[in-house]
Design a protein around this ligand. Structure first.
Ligand SMILES: C[S@@+](CC[C@H](N)C(=O)[O-])C[C@H]1O[C@@H](n2cnc3c(N)ncnc32)[C@H](O)[C@@H]1O
Length: 269
């Protein structure tokens, strides 16, 4: 008697997690809220086990509540009989439609257990495609920037829902950010675009995000020293006891800051 919220990742079937795949393969029905999530789910689920749920494209809260109640009324009896899944692109707990279903189920069908299978979110996947590293010690904010909005915040931001890239760009550059845009990252449908030119993506496409960073953001990392050593003819990486010792100490504290487990036995060496 369980409803699983399954995150499918950004859009490529290979980025569905092993657990997500297992749940999709065993669920009696897999509900999808849209065409793109459906196309990923069908890689693991035969079409006859996929159920579509329709949601109106409206901001009218009354209509939306009605649609979610109807969706929950469709899902609940199937979940009482066995296991059902509801898929979302990315992660079900990050800016996702699954939140509406979970709240509606809690309000009207509280006997149904809800479990979430996390997915690879665009919030993290962007870093690989855009070639960005968020080093430890950084502050990173997630913001919405629909309608040409240019939110500001810490030195590094991920901006979702870019619908008017040129207008958003103008405000961000004025506030001192350098910006890179990513469209349809890891998506099998549509063209993936990575660019720092907002005119290249001026047409509206919902699956567009941006990464904004202020030049010089963040502290230099312990390992940045290796690059300097490589360039210096006198530096050594194995013989210099003091040098090596310093690097090892910095690396250790960085791992602790990130919450990495200590090695077995509990001692760092
Ligand atoms: C409602 S949010 C859904 C986020 C999703 N639940 C996640 O965890 O990635 C939709 C926004 O996420 C961003 N987004 C999601 N998937 C994307 C992708 N594959 N490529 C680029 N942007 C994406 C876009 O900015 C889009 O407007």
């Amino acid at each position: 008697m369980t409803l699983y919220g399954v995150g499918l990742g950004p859009g490529e079937a290979e980025l569905v997690t092993v657990r997500g795949k297992r749940v999709l393969e065993s669920a009696d029905v897999v509900y999808s809220p849209g065409r793109l999530s459906r196309s990923v789910a069908t890689e693991y689920v035969p079409a006859e086990r996929i159920g579509d749920l329709d949601f109106p494209m409206t901001r009218d809260e009354e209509k939306l509540r009605r649609a979610w109640k109807e969706a929950a009324a469709e899902v609940a009896p199937r979940a009482r009989e066995g296991e059902v899944a509801f898929v979302t692109l990315g992660d079900p707990n990050v800016y996702s439609t699954f939140g509406h279903l979970r709240r509606t189920m809690a309000a009207f069908h509280e006997d149904i257990d809800v479990e979430i299978v996390p997915g690879v979110s665009a919030v993290t996947a962007f870093a690989t495609v855009l070639g960005v590293e968020i080093p430890s010690g950084s502050s990173l904010a997630l913001r919405e920037a629909a309608g040409g909005h240019s939110p500001t915040g810490p030195d590094r931001m991920v901006l979702f829902k870019i619908t008017d890239a040129p207008a958003t760009h103008e405000g961000l550059v004025e506030a001192g950010y350098e910006v890179t845009y990513g469209r349809r990252l890891y998506m099998e449908q549509g063209e993936t675009v990575v660019t720092d030119d907002p005119e290249e993506i001026e047409d509206r496409d919902y699956y567009t995000l941006a990464y904004a960073e202020k030049p010089g953001a963040g502290e230099p990392q312990a390992t940045a020293k290796f690059a300097a050593e490589e360039q210096s003819p006198t530096a050594t990486t194995d013989g210099g006891q003091i040098e090596g010792g310093e690097v090892a100490e910095l690396e250790r504290s960085e791992s602790l800051l990130c919450g990495d487990d200590p090695p077995e036995g509990g001692e760092w060496r």
